[in-house]
Design a protein around this ligand. Structure first.
Ligand code: SF4
Length: 614
């Protein structure tokens, strides 16, 4: 399970590369196909049967579904058509609030009048999409009880793959689990395989929540076609399985590929068709019962230059994807409410210095950009092929000078695109540049404000100061661009007082309208980060977590010198930002979000205003 609003980009990217080399790859999004199986008339009738067979107590969503099963069953297809943009006339019916059964997920609107108020600010279509998304969320909860307790819309059995030093729990689950959802995916895999009979199936595993589904598909393919070779790769594999040593994974797959997939895929095709394993690149195989890395790149080999081929989006049925709304506040639905064409302008990170980041991985360390004129030309071609003009640049950090050149190119060629991506809130984004970017179609930026504190930002080598970052946020917001910030808590040496100061600055930034959405992430110590080499230098101590041959990424650790009570701030931090995003509590002291006494923040109450106006 990956996402249902737009294709995950690895697949069309690699398919586009293979096409540029004369191959005819076939793309299949079984994540979306499984969604359509479960969320269908037939799927919901089956869900009703499953839930009726279960003994109470049932969850509120399941009970509500059973009481209103006929309404859910008759509404599901029209609602999907509406979300897919095939029948917008449904919006009137949906917004009437008489058509959809309103289960527990609608309590958000019922119980929080401020949400109802913000919801009312949206356009007709935005409101209808939000209500239709709540309907899908209620069904997701019911499916979790009736079909599979590990199910979520964009992840499945994720717990198994987060911190998985051993393959045992995943293997056991693959062998023993036989839920309705398992069986549906097994059938889908068999049907897809029998329609195409491929020599090679390559499965991308971008996140932990995609591992179980991918291995389940692999197992079915293995069962049905012993001649088909199966390879896995993608971000999860390239980050977590670099030290792979457990040969049992190869009962289900034949090859495990690390990092960029273009050239390794070409060699995998040779291997699948002609049996040549002596030319594989960055690929683990099982040889005589042992896991062996095969890496035979030609001298001077590099990934193909960016922009030298086009991702093959036109081969996918883009209209089958369903943009969803996660929030009553339209501005916060950027990720999921549009079928963005995902496109990188670069590989790696232009900054690549943050000490908490995966700097030892090629995906971050090797920086290369698409020349802006070539990118603009590629965007125009993709727009012509797909009929869509929205792009999500999937870069780690888009630099100001690159965006400046791109904006000029888009302007010169009269390419009317809408786009957004990740930046660093650095001072290079001057007022004039930000206005040019907005004029050239930039609608949103995301970036790390991280600890929102100069001392810890320096310690982490983020390369920004709080004042600089706030000014950059203000310039984007003033140009009408949505600003989202990633925030970090429990970072090494971060004190309670510093965390509360950070929250106070975030409150002021929301109140000043220079931040529109944000999310707190707990600091994670990555095995591929500079901090992991010498954790003791920032007061961290690694906890024992014996590696047993499978995944290795986040390192369990403790910080012996950390203040007692620091971890207890998490709930309040999340609660505060959720409310700020909805315009609630912006003038109240931040202490109201905690259920225990917290010290007063030390930053002046006009800190953000002063930072952004002087
Ligand atoms: S955290 Fe972001 S900006 Fe920093 S090095 Fe990593 S990718 Fe680059």
């Amino acid at each position: 399970m990956v996402q249902v609003n737009t294709p995950y980009p690895a697949m069309p990217w690699l398919a586009g590369f293979l096409k540029s080399q004369g191959y005819l790859p076939i793309q299949a999004d079984l994540s979306l196909a499984l969604f359509h199986r479960l969320f269908s008339r037939r799927g919901l009738i089956a869900l009703q049967r499953h839930l009726q067979q279960k003994t109470p107590p049932r969850s509120p969503s399941a009970r509500h579904f059973l009481r209103n099963a006929n309404r859910y069953i008759s509404a599901i297809e029209p609602i999907k058509r509406f979300l897919q943009g095939r029948d917008e006339s449904m919006a009137r019916l949906i917004v009437s609030r008489r058509f959809l059964p309103e289960g527990p997920r609608f309590d958000l609107l019922r119980n929080y009048p401020f949400l109802e108020e913000r919801f009312g600010e949206g356009t007709f279509l935005e409101r209808a999409r939000y209500l239709a998304s709540l309907f899908i969320d209620d069904l997701t909860d019911a499916i979790r009880e009736g079909a599979d307790h590990r199910f979520a819309l964009a992840r499945w059995a994720e717990d198994l793959a987060v911190l998985a030093p051993s393959f045992d729990p995943i293997r056991d689950e693959l062998t023993s689990s036989n839920t309705w959802m398992d069986r549906e995916l097994d059938r889908l895999a068999q049907e897809t395989l029998s329609s195409f009979r491929p020599a090679l199936v390559a499965l991308t595993i971008p996140f932990p929540g995609a591992l179980y589904g991918a291995l389940r598909i692999a197992r079915q393919i293995r069962r049905c076609s012993s001649s088909t070779r199966i390879a896995i790769g993608g971000a999860f594999v390239s980050t977590e399985l670099r030290s792979l040593a457990d040969p049992r994974l190869f009962d289900d797959v034949d090859a495990v590929v690390l990092d960029d997939g273009e050239h390794p895929l070409l060699r995998l095709v040779e291997w699948a068709v002609h049996g040549r394993s002596d030319r594989l690149i960055r690929t683990f195989l099982r040889v005589r019962g042992e896991v062996v890395m095969q890496d035979h790149p030609p001298p001077g080999s590099r990934p193909p230059p960016l922009g030298s081929f086009l991702p093959a989006y036109e081969d996918l049925h883009l209209d089958d994807y369903l943009p969803l709304s996660e929030s009553a506040v339209p501005i916060q639905n950027l990720w999921n409410d549009t079928r963005w064409i995902k496109l990188p302008t670069s590989r790696g990170c232009s900054w690549r210095r943050c000490r908490f980041c995966d700097l030892s991985l090629p995906a971050i360390a090797r920086y290369e950009t698409t020349p802006p004129d070539r990118l603009a030309a590629r965007m125009a071609e993709l727009m012509a092929r797909t009929g869509r003009c929205g792009f999500h640049f999937t870069d780690e950090a888009l630099p100001p000078d690159y965006l400046d050149a791109l904006a000029q190119m888009l302007e010169r060629r009269k390419i009317h695109a809408v786009w957004w991506g990740n930046i660093r809130f650095e001072r290079g984004f001057s007022k004039a540049l930000v206005e040019r970017l907005a004029h050239a179609g930039c609608v949103a930026v995301t970036g790390g404000l991280e600890t929102v504190h100069d001392r810890t930002l320096r310690l982490l080598r983020k390369g920004i100061t709080v004042q600089e970052a706030l000014r950059t946020c203000a310039r984007f917001a003033q140009a009408g661009v949505t600003v989202h910030a990633y925030l970090m808590y429990e970072a090494p040496t971060q004190t309670i007082a510093e965390t509360l100061d950070a929250l106070e600055i975030v409150r002021q930034a929301f109140a000043a309208g220079i931040l529109h959405s944000a999310y707190w992430h707990r600091f994670a110590l990555s095995a591929h980060s500079p901090l992991a080499r010498h954790p003791e230098r920032v007061g961290l101590r690694l906890l024992p977590c014996p590696f047993q041959g499978f995944a290795r990424n986040t390192l369990p650790h403790e910080e012996p010198g950390a203040e007692a009570g620091r971890a207890a701030l998490a709930t309040g931090l999340h609660k505060a930002v959720f409310n700020f995003q909805h315009g609630v509590g912006l003038k109240r002291p931040i202490s109201i979000w905690f259920d225990h006494r917290v010290p007063r923040p030390r930053v002046p109450s006009d800190f953000v205003i002063r930072c952004t106006t002087t």
